[in-house]
Design a protein around this ligand. Structure first.
Ligand code: CU
Length: 246
């Protein structure tokens, strides 16, 4: 994170310096060489030494920024995600967001885009027992101060997960699971996920609520949702047994 801010500041001050320098030269030349009586225009053939340096220096600067920026980006996106991060599976669609949490066992069931159907919206693998107790949500509920790891997917077209307050957006691409998105909140409050990729007629309304709760409140919400999911699972099993008995 630190190198990220150094890079941003470096680019900011460099841009400012170049802006001031070029604009100063521009204005000085405008005034000095303006058309006026008794002043003949001077024809310049160019200057090879100057041209050499004003090509070499910017090239070196751009190369440095590209390599440096690439490293910072790599650290930000491929950096370690703490093992205790809360993983949320977020599936975007025209026009909304479906969210899936790990449930009581705190382990998200395996899923596969190939398995996605109208009934199986998350493409959950029925063979994986860890998926049985997973629960779904229409809002992103997270505890403050804990790292949240988002698995980002799309069921139809390209959408984009965008939370301005997190300075974060990432496209969700059909056929892919984007695994690098993770963030840690510093304040409780309510925000919104917006879609920032024009994805169709309902794009303007493609949003989901984010609730950042104190840890205890989050744990309570999580426990309630997990319990409801387990109860529903039991109901299902009972129905199956009844069906077999009939
Ligand atoms: Cu969208």
């Amino acid at each position: 994170m630190v190198t990220f801010f150094i890079l941003i500041n470096f680019i900011f001050w460099l841009t400012l310096a170049v802006f001031v320098a070029t604009q100063t030269v521009y204005i000085v030349y405008l005034v000095k060489y303006r058309r006026r009586p008794g002043h003949k225009a001077h024809y310049s053939h160019g200057n090879n030494t100057l041209e050499f340096w004003w090509t070499i220096i910017p090239t070196a600067i751009f190369l440095t920024l590209a390599i440096w920026g690439n490293r910072v980006w790599h650290d930000l996106t491929q950096g370690e995600i703490p093992p205790d991060a809360i993983t949320v599976d977020i599936v975007s669609y025209q026009f909304g967001w479906d969210l899936r949490y790990a449930g009581a066992d705190r382990q998200l069931g395996k899923s596969d885009i190939e398995l996605m159907t109208l009934e199986n919206k998350y493409g959950v693998d029925p063979a994986d027992p860890a998926g049985k107790d997973d629960f779904t949500s229409t809002e992103l509920v997270i505890p403050v101060g804990k790292t949240v790891h988002v698995l980002l997917r799309s069921r139809d077209v390209i959408h984009s997960f965008y939370v301005p307050a997190f300075r974060l957006y990432q496209d969700a691409v059909p056929g892919r699971t984007i695994k690098w998105v993770h963030f840690t909140t510093t304040q409780t409050g309510e925000l919104e996920i917006a879609c920032s990729q024009l994805c169709g007629t309902g794009h303007y309304n493609m949003k989901a609520k984010i609730r950042i709760l104190p840890v205890e409140e989050y744990e309570k919400w999580y426990a309630d949702k997990s319990a409801a999911a387990l109860a529903a699972l039991e109901d299902e099993t009972v129905t199956e047994v009844v069906a077999v008995n009939n």
